[in-house]
Design a protein around this ligand. Structure first.
Ligand code: KQY
Length: 365
């Protein structure tokens, strides 16, 4: 049973744990909409299967699949990965799934954010999004975890925590008037304290250049462990990403986390710059109400968009010129985990990457 609670996690002694804390498993969704995924979503489905298979080597994976695709998905997804019928508008489990919170007694609950497809009718990516907005609730039913229905619009990709009281966000996303236009920065900080049990909010400026989520932090920077952050980086001063990463670097170096520590900031090379090819753009169907895909558009590729699993890190491979350097850096940053690269371009073409399509369930005690 999953009860809907009318309190908030912090008041009940719950907080969001870091992604690098132990997991019971990982949830994903099956991609199928042809106006976001090229060639009827078939290449994206192969990419999602590769990600799910890589994560399943470390922890149990469940994929939610719409009724019409269930049998096709079952034929392609390895048998040790659980499929459940679950409707959704697209396949970004990080954003539409619950953000799990834990207490000191080994119990888990979930925060069900209000979801508006990254901006609603003011720059959002598709309409409608009603099925997406029910995904968190349904996952919590399957997990038998109680639910907090948040009063603010937010997405899981817009937040990263260190599990010790620090939250990382970007102004571009969280302060965007297309999310919570009536709330000030101070009021949003208070909301995050209540829903996530954090103490200190660290604000970065913009997210990765041309990121259609309005600059989710999970594509720009993340905690590797408490006090240590990975940041996407380019040394090319003529690239629009340089100013963004430089600003984030300065803010992170000036910051103190919830425990009063200075942060160690590690640069991960930016792939590319990567652009959508004419062939890739042609494969995406267009329709009113969904963002059109155009040849030549700059893609918001980033190695920071990885998933930390139990004992492993699953990283998108995006560019043969930079993949090796990114993997080497991550091996040094995560000495106790196996670093596994999985082709990420097909997921990037849809607007995100491995972190965006996954959601961890923290270990119950
Ligand atoms: O990056 C994410 N967390 C989601 C990306 C959504 C893109 C929709 N086309």
């Amino acid at each position: 049973m999953s009860r809907t609670l009318n309190t908030a996690p912090a008041a009940d002694g719950f907080r969001m744990p870091a992604e690098f804390a132990p997991h019971d498993g990982c949830w994903m969704l099956w991609p199928e909409r042809p106006d976001n995924w090229r060639d009827g979503a078939r290449p994206a489905q192969d990419a999602f299967v590769a990600v799910a298979t890589a994560i399943a080597a470390f922890e149990p994976v469940t994929i939610g699949v719409g009724a019409a695709q269930f049998e096709f998905a079952r034929a392609r997804v390895p048998a040790h990965i659980r499929l459940v019928e679950l409707s959704s508008n697209d396949s970004w489990m990080r954003d539409v799934g619950p953000t799990f919170v834990v207490n000191g007694r080994g119990e888990i609950r979930g925060v069900d954010w209000r979801f508006n497809a990254w901006g609603g009718l003011d720059g959002g990516l598709y309409f409608p999004w009603d099925a997406d907005d029910l995904v968190a609730r349904k996952v919590l039913e399957v997990e038998r975890a109680d639910r907090y229905r948040a009063t603010i619009v937010n997405e899981g990709g817009a937040i990263h925590v260190d599990g010790e009281g620090t939250l990382l966000v970007t102004e571009e996303c969280v302060l965007n008037p297309n999310r919570n236009p009536t709330l000030s920065r101070a009021q949003l900080e208070a909301e995050f304290r209540a829903w996530l049990g954090v103490h200190t909010v660290l604000w970065l400026g913009e997210g990765v250049f041309n990121d259609e989520t309005d600059g989710h932090v999970d594509n720009l920077a993340c905690f590797v462990r408490p006090g240590v952050v990975a940041l996407t980086w380019t040394d090319n001063r003529r690239d629009p990403q340089y100013r963004i990463s430089r600003d984030a670097w300065e803010r992170l170096n000036d910051a103190r986390d919830a425990r009063g520590r200075r942060l160690a900031v590690h640069k991960l090379p930016m792939p590319g710059p990567l652009r959508m090819s004419a062939r890739e753009a042609r494969g995406v169907l267009t329709r009113d109400g969904a963002k059109a895909r155009r040849a030549g558009v700059r893609l918001a590729g980033s190695y920071v968009n990885f998933y930390i699993a139990n004992g492993g890190v699953v990283v998108p491979l995006l560019d043969p010129h930079t993949d090796g350097a990114a993997l080497r850096k991550l091996r040094a940053l995560f000495p106790g985990r196996r670093i596994v690269g999985v082709p990420g371009r097909e997921i990037l073409l849809g607007g995100g990457n491995i972190h965006c399509i996954t959601q961890q369930v923290p270990a119950r005690g």
